[in-house]
Design a protein around this ligand. Structure first.
Ligand code: GDP
Length: 478
């Protein structure tokens, strides 16, 4: 059985070869274990917290001292460490074999292999970080774009925790007040209390609503915006794809139908990640109508978060392209799933003499009856002109505010969403009780339910095994 008092160890750095690799220890025996393996001018056990020593790691094999590696050892003493326990980091040479050997010596000396995320779990159990901050640790590591990184760093610094805790405090205060008034009516009055509570409820509800509305933003930040590039052959889809990828990854030729195998690629523009779906399909061949991509566009619109419709602005809009617009409009009208994906219509090849204007395109969209959000942009895949505007359009369609003013942006996940919805429902029941004019004791139960639900976000109210489940998703050594 693994115990929480064990001294744990893991290779904390990546698996490949690198300049440096770190074996990390945490727990009561960390310093003693490192001290036993270390040979240098100073003893590890004499080091002050946050100081390092240079020397060799050795182990006894068949009565002889075996050299393991030349290292720098960093000692961090409880409680001011990542885990709140004694932590030692052995900076070794970054080769897989040398790290494995050091790790096995550390284990021989009494440490046990850490489970994934166990260091962070100890930080949580030690009370140094709450659950939403622990999740942010993983999000920081997994961030694939600036925006996600920015938001997860905010969350790691406790931004979300502070807001949730503030809200909980207010709810708790009112609950305590009601309870006191019911116990001690001589000193606490509940006269006109519903009038006092009503505006508070609506304020809390708004705040929770604001968090909930950013859950989708969180998903788009974390996973990227699933983007379908559609349009007729030779409109410049591959060239736009290249422009987004920033290198010649898609093969552009004069011959139609050059296929590529890759199914999904991802590009970061303006700090936002686009996951380009079905990029191989860009070069699909088939019958003429299919080449225009009407069906494909419609299918893509079902699963994508964003549609980039590439049009050759040096040619008049074709009937097929108009048909495509009608198709998307029909999707809007029927309220089909894909109807939510905004459309960016790219008037490509604007380095040439163009025949389609923005105004005409706008009219075409109007005539077709497009209801979803859209933008029309002039661009040149050949010169890169218009790429910045494209980045801005994506930002404005998906994210409120610019990357710089990211003060209140967190990476909410479905676990947070569930807790927030639960809290909102509980507050809704309080309002119903107010409307029904029932006694105050009726709604303290629901106020407490909202309080508890919000507590799940930061891990104050912990359901069984929840923490374990979350930390299991972590990588080794973190
Ligand atoms: P796709 O069939 O939609 O993927 O179109 P391609 O990206 O293969 O482009 C078709 C042709 O148009 C190629 O010869 C490209 O070099 C050319 N092309 C694409 N974008 C531009 C552009 O912005 N300006 C100019 N002048 N030519 C372009």
């Amino acid at each position: 059985m693994n115990s929480e008092n064990d001294t744990i160890c893991a290779i904390a750095t990546g698996t490949g070869s690198a300049g440096i690799g770190i074996v990390r220890l945490s727990g009561p025996e960390s310093v003693a274990i490192a001290d036993g393996l270390f040979r240098g001018k100073r003893r590890i056990r004499d080091l002050k917290s946050y100081t390092a020593a240079y020397g060799q790691l050795v182990r006894q094999t068949e009565g002889k001292e075996e050299l393991l590696d030349e290292v720098v050892v960093l000692v961090m003493r409880a409680p001011h460490t990542y885990t709140t326990e004694d932590v030692v980091e052995l900076s070794c040479h970054g080769g897989p074999l040398v790290l494995k050997r050091v790790l096995s010596a550390v284990m021989q000396a009494g440490a046990r292999m850490a489970e994934p995320g166990e260091f962070t779990k100890r930080a949580f159990l030690g009370g140094r970080i709450d659950l939403s901050e622990a999740e942010a640790v993983m999000d920081v590591i997994a961030s694939g774009n600036e925006r996600a990184l920015d938001a997860s760093l905010q969350q790691l610094r406790g931004g979300l925790s502070k807001e949730i805790s503030g809200l909980r405090e207010k709810i708790l205060y009112e609950t305590a007040y009601i309870e006191s008034a019911l116990d001690d009516p001589e000193n606490y009055s509940l006269e006109n209390y519903p009038e006092h509570l009503r505006p508070l409820l609506s304020d809390w509800n708004d705040r929770i609503g604001k968090f909930l509305s950013s859950v989708n933003e969180g998903r788009l930040m974390r996973e990227g915006i699933r983007t379908a590039i559609v349009g007729r052959p030779n409109a410049g889809k591959s060239s736009i794809l290249n422009l987004l990828l920033g290198e010649e990854r898609a093969i552009v030729t004069e011959i139609e139908g050059t296929t590529r195998d890759t199914l999904e690629e991802s590009a970061v523009i303006g700090g936002v990640q686009l996951v380009l779906v079905d990029t191989a399909g860009i070069r699909e061949t088939g019958d003429v109508v299919e080449q225009i991509g009407v069906k494909r566009a419609r299918e893509a619109a079902d699963t994508a978060d964003l549609i980039l419709l590439v049009v050759d602005a040096a040619k008049a809009l074709s009937t097929e392209e108009e048909q495509l617009l009608y198709d998307l409009a029909e999707q809007d009208r029927l309220g089909e799933t894909g109807g939510n994906a905004p459309l960016i219509l790219l008037l490509n090849k604007n380095d040439l003499d163009t025949v389609i204007t923005k105004e005409e395109t706008e009219k075409a969209l109007e005539n077709a009856g497009i209801r979803r959000e859209y933008r029309i942009l002039e661009i040149s895949a050949a010169t890169g002109n218009g790429k910045t505007e494209l980045a801005e359009a994506v930002q404005s369609l998906f994210f409120s505010g610019k990357l710089e003013d990211s003060q209140e942006r967190y990476l909410l996940n479905s676990r947070h969403e569930e807790a927030l919805s639960e809290a909102r429902a509980a507050l809704g029941r309080v309002r119903e009780s107010l409307d029904a004019g029932v006694g105050e004791d009726f709604y303290t139960i629901d106020l407490m339910a909202a309080y508890e639900a919000l507590g799940k976000i930061i891990g104050e109210t912990l359901e069984d095994d929840l923490a374990d489940k979350i930390f299991r998703e972590f990588c080794m050594g973190k």
